[in-house]
Every structure is written in C-alpha cells, then in structure tokens.
Design a binder for this molecule. Structure first.
Ligand code: ZN
Length: 208
C-alpha cells in the first residue's frame, strides 16, 4: 500500500539551518512545504529565493512577526498576513495560498478574517519543546498515511534529525508530498482547517 506524508517546516528561512534542510531534501528529491516567518524572510531573502526556485517546495504564510493572532485586532491580523504576502511576492513573483497561524492558534474570529485554508498538523516532532534529535526521530515512528508533520527549520534538533527521519519514512514506504500535492482539490473548496489529508474542520468558517 502506498502511504503519503507531507513534511512542513516552520519559522524559516533561518540561515544555515534552512540551507542544510534544503540541501538534504534537494539531494534526495523530497518535496516539502515551508511556512514562512516574514521577518526571517526579510533577513534571509537569498535563501528564500533559492528555495522558491526549486519545484520540490511549496510555501505558506506564517505571518510577519509570529504573534498570537488571537491577541491581535482584525487590522493587525491582516497586516501580519499582507506584509508577508507582499515581501514573498516581491522576492518570488508567487502568492501564498494558505496560512499556518503561529502556535496553531485558530479561533473562530481569526479564521473569518484570514479567509484562506489553514494548515495545521497531525504529527509534531516537538523539537521546539525538547530540542533533542533522538526524540524527533522517535516521534516520527508514529507516522501514518495522510499525516501532516510539523517540523522547524528554525530548530537545530529537527535539522539534525532530518536524515534519519527521511530514512525511516522511506523504509516504511511513505511517499512524500507537498501540502498542495497531499490535499489536492480539497484546497479549492471553501476555507477549512486541515489537520491531515483526511481530517479537516470548518469550525470558525461559519459551516459545520
Ligand atoms: Zn512558528
């Protein structure tokens, strides 16, 4: 049986850590999705450009300053998204079609403002919590068909764990997909929160 999985990397681009992730994925021809922190893109525009020129990779909007959107006014939320969109477009000529809210905060009123697909996750290596590469690899042993995996190119533990994570998933016959590849035509529907290929919710978008 073919199993699919989407690796997502948050909070970059972040200097040599992102470069190491890009090199590992590129050498192994593995697609992935990067959720872009606007301030970091402003600091590392050349790294972002190199990543965006590579057809393996897709990109989402992770806001400009990485604040809890639930603490912000409507105007501030839009500014967080638009600033990131504008700089990404300036550097790549491309748009950011989906959003990953910082900390996974997605309350009803923020969703109504965002009006784009929200990409959450079904599996988290928790690198941001423990900083331990072995624990990142261990977390991946729970991977199942259709999972969206949360990793961080901003976190050294995930960067160090990545080769072993890819080895494991390849041995387990997973096929790697970018977020648009994994979710396919679902992304053309009205906005949902996506947790995996098979789990999405409309809470906050006014539907059921
Ligand atoms: Zn983040």
């Amino acid at each position: 049986m073919t199993k699919e999985i989407a690796l997502t990397f948050d909070d970059g681009p972040w200097g040599t850590r992102t470069v190491r992730v890009l090199d590992e994925l590129t050498n192994r021809k593995i697609p992935a999705t990067f959720m872009i922190w606007g301030e970091h893109m402003a600091e590392y525009p050349e790294i972002l450009k190199v990543a965006a020129e590579n057809e393996l990779f897709a990109f989402g909007n992770h806001t400009y300053h990485h604040r809890h959107l639930t603490d912000l006014s409507d105007k501030e939320i839009l500014s967080e998204l638009n600033k990131t969109d504008d700089l990404f477009y300036e550097l790549t000529g491309e748009k950011l079609d989906f959003v990953r809210p910082p900390f996974g905060d997605c309350e009803a009123h923020t969703l109504a403002i965002i009006r784009r697909p929200i990409i959450c996750w079904s599996l988290d290596t928790m690198s941001w919590d423990h900083g331990n590469p072995a624990k990142c690899v261990e977390a991946i042993h729970k991977a199942k068909d259709g999972d969206i995996v949360l990793m961080h190119d901003f976190q050294e533990a995930d960067v160090l764990a990545l080769p072993e994570i890819l080895d494991y998933l390849e041995e387990e016959n997973f096929t790697f997909k970018s977020i648009p590849e994994l979710l396919g035509a679902q992304l053309n529907d009205e906005a949902y929160i996506y947790y995996s290929r098979d789990k999405r919710a409309k809470t906050g978008f006014g539907g059921s």
